[in-house]
Design a protein around this ligand. Structure first.
Ligand SMILES: NC(=O)c1ccc[n+]([C@@H]2O[C@H](COP(=O)([O-])OP(=O)(O)OC[C@H]3O[C@@H](n4cnc5c(N)ncnc54)[C@H](O)[C@@H]3O)[C@@H](O)[C@H]2O)c1
Length: 145
C-alpha cells in the first residue's frame, strides 16, 4: 500500500485494533478518517492527526459519503460481544451484517482500491474433529462447529 496522498477510512477506528491501526497509518503518512459511534471505543485513545466522524455504519448515506473519498477501507466497526449478540441478535445483525453490506456496496460504487476486513476468533469456535463413518456417502466437513 503506497501512502503518498492515499486516503484511508477506518470504520471502528476508536476500538482496540482500530486505534492501533490508525496510529500506524498516520505514522506512515496516510490521510486517515475514522467512522465510529464510540459505543465501545473511546475517543481518548485516538490520534489527533486523524479525523474522527462520530456515526454509525448502519447509516448508509454517511458511509457512502465517507467511502467516496477513500482509497482504502479498513472495516473494524463491529458488535463484538458474543454474549451480547445472544441478548440483542437484531442489533448485532444490523451492525455486523447490514453495516458491512453498506460498506461493500459503497466501496463497489466508488471503486475503493481495497477493503481490509478481519474475521473473528469467534467464527471457528471450538473445533471438533469427528470421523465420518466408513462407507458413508455424507460429505465430511473440514470443521464442525
Ligand atoms: N480483538 C481481537 O482479538 C480480534 C481478533 C480477530 C478479529 N477481530 C475483529 O476485528 C474487529 C475489531 O475488533 P476490536 O477488538 O478492535 O473490537 P472493539 O469492540 O474494540 O472495536 C469495535 C469498534 O467498533 C465501534 N462500533 C460498534 N458498533 C458500531 C457502529 N454501529 N457504527 C460505528 N462504529 C461502531 C465501537 O465503538 C468500537 O470502537 C471485529 O470485527 C473483531 O471481530 C478482533
Amino acid at each position: 500500500m503506497a501512502s503518498e496522498n492515499a486516503r484511508c477510512l477506518v470504520t471502528g477506528g476508536a476500538g482496540f485494533i482500530g486505534s492501533h491501526l490508525v496510529e500506524r497509518l498516520v505514522h506512515d503518512g496516510f490521510r486517515t478518517t475514522m467512522l465510529d459511534d464510540l459505543s465501545a471505543g473511546s475517543s481518548s485513545y485516538l490520534s489527533e492527526a486523524a479525523t474522527l466522524v462520530e456515526g454509525d455504519v448502519r447509516d448508509a448515506g454517511l458511509v457512502d459519503d465517507l467511502i467516496k473519498d477513500a482509497d482504502y477501507e479498513f472495516h473494524l466497526a463491529a458488535y463484538t460481544s458474543a454474549p451480547g449478540s445472544l441478548d440483542e441478535p437484531q442489533i448485532c445483525i444490523e451492525i455486523n451484517t447490514l453495516g458491512t453490506l453498506n460498506i461493500l456496496q459503497s466501496a463497489r460504487r466508488h471503486k475503493v482500491r481495497k477493503i481490509i476486513f478481519p474475521s473473528s476468533p469467534a467464527a471457528p469456535g471450538r473445533q471438533v474433529v469427528r470421523r465420518t463413518p466408513a462407507g458413508s456417502r455424507l460429505p465430511a466437513p473440514i470443521v464442525q462447529l
